[in-house]
Design a binder for this molecule. Structure first.
Ligand SMILES: [Zn+2]
Length: 283
């Protein structure tokens, strides 16, 4: 699943070809992805100018000049393909229509943006921009980890007396929105906290120390996505998922990267998801 940094990277890749641009034609090639598309989606997109792109949690939001907002969720396997666009010296010719090209936006500029999703866990929806906070995918989300509403006081209060493992608490999108399995593993490793430790049993001081770590882990991943973005766009015009070098995620059996630590990274399963950690460094 894409997490906050990957969605931020996709947004950054789409912004130059979507912001300020008019959708001349929208092809909607099936009635649904994970959920049904909204009524008359093609008609509601056609002729509309995209004012700006934003990100909320794991969703890209495109505000239209019709006072509606298009929500885009890439799901497990969704990809955005940009074609006909010149990036510096690079030009990506329009590809032949492919299987799983579910939505195609033909921009008046000549650029084409294709949403391809083989597994169809992605989603698109339209909402009134003014009512976006009430959208069913958005209304119960906690604050953005890089936003002003997330700080030490908030996290300490949220985790106090909580009897769930810290791993589950940080994955709970009602507490904090946008963190997923990969970055929670990275945060807990840097914080030296065992993923099974009960959230309410961690001292306020250690909980508070996680806040800058969460911000750092995400900010570094966004920066890495930005640099890989150029390479990917130049290579084939495709925006999808970028795998960065992780310190602990997916490193089971490999050496812990903490200097002097001789342990190997351990993998366990918690609530059906893999947790990677160092049993020496994380307590
Ligand atoms: Zn270690």
């Amino acid at each position: 699943m894409p997490e906050l940094p990957e969605v931020e990277t996709v947004k950054a890749g789409l912004a130059p070809v979507m912001e300020g641009q008019v959708i001349a034609q929208a092809d909607v090639n099936r009635p649904d992805l994970r959920w049904p598309f909204p009524d008359r989606m093609a008609e509601r997109l056609t002729g509309k100018r995209i004012l700006r792109l934003r990100r909320r949690s794991k969703y890209v939001l495109a505000d239209l000049d019709s006072a509606e907002t298009l929500l885009i969720h890439l799901g497990m396997s969704g990809r955005m393909l940009i074609s006909g666009h010149t990036v510096g010296d690079f030009h990506h010719p329009h590809p032949a229509p492919a299987k799983h090209d579910h939505v195609v936006l033909h921009m008046r500029s000549g650029t084409r943006i294709t949403f391809n999703d083989a597994r169809r866990f992605g989603a698109m929806d339209l909402m009134q921009t003014a009512q976006q906070d009430d959208h069913w995918l958005i209304r119960d989300l906690g604050p953005e980890p890089l936003g002003n509403h997330f700080d030490e006081t908030y996290l300490v209060a949220q985790l106090k007396n909580r009897n769930t493992p810290i791993k589950s608490a940080l994955l709970d999108q009602r507490i904090l929105s946008g963190l997923g399995n990969i970055y929670v593993c990275e945060v807990l490793y840097r914080a030296g906290i065992h993923p099974k430790r009960k959230a309410g049993q961690i001292s306020a001081k250690r909980v508070a120390a996680m806040v800058p770590i969460i911000r750092d882990v995400l900010t570094e991943a966004i920066a890495a996505g930005g640099s890989s973005l150029r390479d990917y766009r130049q290579a084939d015009g495709e925006l999808g998922y970028f795998q960065h070098g992780f310190q602990v995620y997916d490193r089971a059996g490999e050496n812990c990267l903490t200097p002097e630590c001789k342990k190997k990274i351990t993998r366990i399963v918690q609530s059906g998801r893999s947790s990677f950690f160092c049993s020496q460094c994380q307590r």
